[in-house]
Design a binder for this molecule. Structure first.
Ligand code: ACO
Length: 289
């Protein structure tokens, strides 16, 4: 406990030391630590020190309200970003789930928000306010975050659970996908192009490659991507883009405002004739500008 208090003080320098001591040694708080495996707690000469502690979490449970507040969470500097923080959190969640805790709440240090998010914490608090109001204090410089402890999740076996889910998903994908089927290399590739027009030759060659048709490609897809249709499509897009540029330029003109909103032709009967004339004048002005 002394080592844990020293670790928290070192890793959370903004926290007042006496506050850390008070909470770690408070009987209503529970602490969990991961110790270096060289530590022998049965050894009568063992005095303990923070150098033996890899990381720890200290929390206070409110059993009536079925939630707990994490007060401190830290991993020693030379063991950070090696997965110990995740291991610690999972062990604490497993322990809390046994005590029927439904939510963890914490004031996350702004630098540690990313870590808490990866442990399933979120900034939106879904637990009804009446359950925690008056029980937890507000801290400056911290962001309140919450994590729901799912009763049916075995947090000690999350790695196996995720690996099993990943395997299941990949198996399902493999049942449908053919991306794992490999075809022999093309030694001398000479497709039979008899009767194929010159403009369709590229698409016909691609279609003849073993595996292309099996992957779901059709001649129409390939023609769109390679043949004259591709040029036609490009031309169509070019014309559309040119016309849009002209329209935008017209719209930007100082005197184009009467055309920006449609005019009700039931109110202004001869509007269409007048409009065509004015439009013509504006286009001329742009052309000569
Ligand atoms: N910001 C963003 N992401 C982080 C951070 C961080 N500060 N720390 C770890 N992560 C990410 C890791 O990259 C990793 O991502 P991955 O799963 O995609 O690879 C994931 O979180 C888990 O990392 P772990 O290796 O399990 O975390 P670690 O052992 O480093 O412990 C901890 C994280 C406790 C925040 C540690 O860095 C630390 O002690 N920091 C200093 C003290 C601190 O800030 N404590 C929290 C204060 S708030 C409070 O106590 C209530």
């Amino acid at each position: 406990m002394v080592g844990l208090k020293t670790l928290f003080a070192r890793q959370l320098p903004k926290m007042p030391r006496d506050y850390i001591v008070r909470l770690v040694f408070d009987r209503r708080h529970t602490s969990l630590a991961i110790l270096d495996d060289r530590v022998d707690l049965e050894d009568p000469d063992y005095r303990g020190g923070d150098e033996d502690i890899i990381g720890g979490i200290c929390y206070r449970a409110y059993p009536d309200m079925k939630f707990a507040e994490i007060a401190f969470c830290a991993v020693s500097a030379n063991h950070q970003v090696k997965g110990y923080g995740t291991k610690l959190m999972n062990l604490v969640k497993a322990h809390a789930a046994k005590e029927r805790i439904e939510y963890f709440i914490t004031y996350a240090d702004n630098y540690a928000i990313g870590y808490f998010k990866k442990q399933g914490f979120s900034k939106s608090i879904s637990m009804p306010k009446m359950r925690y109001q008056g029980l937890i204090k507000d801290y400056d410089g911290g962001t309140p975050m919450e994590c729901y402890i799912h009763p049916s999740v075995d947090y000690k076996r999350t790695n196996e659970m995720i690996a099993a889910q990943r395997k299941f998903l990949l198996d399902q994908v493999r049942k449908k996908s053919r991306s794992h089927v490999s075809y022999p290399p093309l030694v001398a590739f000479k497709p039979d192009l008899a009767g194929v027009s010159r403009s369709n030759e590229g698409a016909a060659r691609a279609m003849a490659i073993p595996g292309v048709a099996q992957a779901g490609w059709t001649m129409a897809d390939l023609l769109l991507a390679t043949g004259p249709q591709k040029d036609a499509e490009r031309q169509k897009n070019q014309i559309k883009s040119d016309m849009l540029t002209i329209l935008r330029k017209i719209d930007e003109q100082q005197f184009a405002w009467p055309f920006r909103e449609p005019v009700d032709t039931t109110d202004v009967k001869d509007y269409l004739n007048v409009r065509i004339l004015i439009y013509h004048l504006i286009c001329n002005a742009i052309f000569w500008a």
